[in-house]
Design a protein around this ligand. Sequence first.
Ligand code: NAD
Length: 372
Amino acid sequence: MDIFDKIQDKDHEEVVFCSDKTSHLKAIIAIHNTTLGPSLGGARMWMYSSTHDALEDALRLSRGMTYKAAVAGLNLGGGKAVIIGNPNMNKTEALFRSFGRYVNGLGGRYITAEDVGTSVADMEYVRMETNYVTGIDRALGGSGDPSPVTAYGVYVGIKACLNELTGKDSLEGKKIAVQGAGSVASYLIGHLAKDGAKVYVTDIFKEKVKPLVEKYHAEFIEPEAIYDVDADVFSPCALGAILNDNTIPRLKTKIVAGGANNQLADEKVHGASLLERGILYAPDYVINAGGLINVANELEGYHRERALKQAERIYDTMKKIFSIAKEKNILPHQASSHLAEERLRAIGHLKVFHNGHGTMTQNVHKRETAPH
Ligand code: NAD
């Protein structure tokens, strides 16, 4: 497909190819939509097998960020950068500073952050060249590790799901099976245990589960057996694509609600199979928006309490999504796209946006289509 056709296919506003021979930088910055505000999204570093694959990823991920920010009620648009290279071998100060200069050149239309393959330390090099970067260490005035806020959002999201099915938020005596014992899962399990839930937890590294078993009386489950646990909620907090043809038929829970990204192997097919089995699914990008809410707070001067308060709204957003899904007889992830598009349309009518040069420009009215 022609590159312009590709860019126009999902209504992207701008794509920047960044190339610097001296620092060996090859990166693509994709800005999908700035109706709600400047585009924000991480910079992913990966060994893409072709420029075409890198572009595909930048276009797909930036569009996802538009929907995520819109549903989270943030005044941010969707953007993403991909840096082509091996994150274990090709990282240098020069590379990230060069990338930072490109970000700076966009004058605030794109704000970057860490992502897969990049770290807080890399973003400190980027910050030497631009202020349009978030996810900086807390000691340096940034928002630091987003996991506590993400986990809090997942916790209130689980309560919204329970409320939807039982009419009650209470976690007392509920059984929750958590996949992963990493940052998000650990904070989440703290909240669940405090509310009297019985937690089952797994991780491919057994030593990560041990402190959770000791501190919260969680029960260790072998990684492959987590799908079979007879619990109220399955909470994926590790990998993507774990809701698939093999796992969904094994689930005994009535709710799937967790922090992992891209949980459905195929959105349409597996979203529908969850519904067929009577399982309520919390769309991942809605329930895990706490991380984005956390970095967005950095733009206004970071306060953890404010970030947590905003993450608490995930409860109401989830309830709204379930009600749209019922009313329109659509899947929850389709309902969240609907909610995002409705907000984009409503604000697009009124809103003016920064064109990146300090002036305000009337926004163009855009057609929106749901993410695939
Ligand atoms: P993490 O790396 O700290 O934890 C992930 C854990 O999953 C690790 O302990 C890993 O060993 C474990 N794991 C990997 N494969 C597994 C498997 N097959 N079975 C069981 N455990 C397995 O990552 P995190 O920051 O806690 O993020 C977890 C998920 O949430 C990721 O999908 C991430 O993209 C998503 N997410 C995180 C944030 C955040 O604020 N950290 C925000 C939004 C989304």
